[in-house]
Design a protein around this ligand. Sequence first.
Ligand code: PLP
Length: 384
Amino acid sequence: MISQFVCFPKPVAGFSPEMTVNTWNFASLSLVQCSSGYGFRFPHKSKRERRILMCSDSSSQSWNVPVLSSSEVIERLKQARGGQQFLAMYSSVVDGITTDPAAMVLPLDDHMVHRGHGVFDTATIINGYLYELDQHLDRIIRSASMAKIPLPFRREDIRRILIQTVSVSGCRDGSLRYWLSTGPGDFLLSPSHCREPALYAIVIKTNLTTNPKGVKVVTSSIPIKPPEFATVKSVNYLPNVLSQMEAEAKGAYAGIWVDKDGFIAEGPNMNVAFVVNGGKELVMPRFDNVLSGCTAKRTLTLAEQLVNKGMLKSVKVMDVTIEDGKKADEMMLIGSGVLIKPVIQWDEEFIGDGKEGPIAKALLDLLLEDMSSGPSSVRVCVPY
Ligand SMILES: Cc1ncc(COP(=O)(O)O)c(C=O)c1O
């Protein structure tokens, strides 16, 4: 375990290492001198626990927050980032790419950080290719326009920067995430003093997990976002987070939003689809009130192959009521994180026979094949 360190500008009156061990019973706690004063080294305490230990009274004598030099900040950030697989980050604020996780930081005065005025998107890196980069790029540009965020660069320059960031990372399997914001400026509500819009991108090492096991979902009680916000992939994901937490608390994989008219909308980070009419029709809720999922749209195209094979009769985008959804032969979650995941139970009702269905399985196979060997319109080769 990494040893933690709490620093004081001057020695704390009356304490010696021996006394500290005896008094507080921390076998390996020691008082040491550092560049900014004196400190106790804790091997196993969280920051909060250390603060509680140190806050014996409110006088300035017991202030325990160290004032750090930039090199000490970097050193602590290196420790705080331990274990994470952040491989490269681009920031337009410094107009460069870093591979040092400790330097992968955002300015606090960025309008995205303190007011949520930012949009984001992703792309999966698979075997040295970016899957559906252009589709995700089109969406973030649409989101930026809806959020009134001017583009910091032309589309082709953003694309080039994203590909270069992946190239520098050396990552062949992972995830690219990127944000557009009105940028740093001040802490006011209006972005009018933000100096210039910003682009941030990060490459993370992840493993594509394709567990085809069916899951349970629950109807979300967290209010659904109104269409003007649900259709923008902004950083305002509080309802999505609360919906996910509610689902997890109920032992479910995800929450499903239903709109005020009783039509099925989407999950907190995925779209949904159903197989109805005796297992022969694939139906997906319309995208007017939800995020237009790149994976869902690609799945609609890939599903035509199942029509050609006779496994499906038709593929439709239409309103789906909660009653029809729960009576479906199959239900599935669709998104770049989840890929295609069969749902076998929604609230108390089993979907179909309560087992994973053949269409979800066939669609997952088609999607995986598309990701690993699809056409150049969905696979961008990264020059490493
Ligand atoms: C709210 C929401 N709906 C749907 C999706 C699925 O979109 P995609 O397939 O582009 O990942 C996401 C993904 O991030 C999402 O956040």
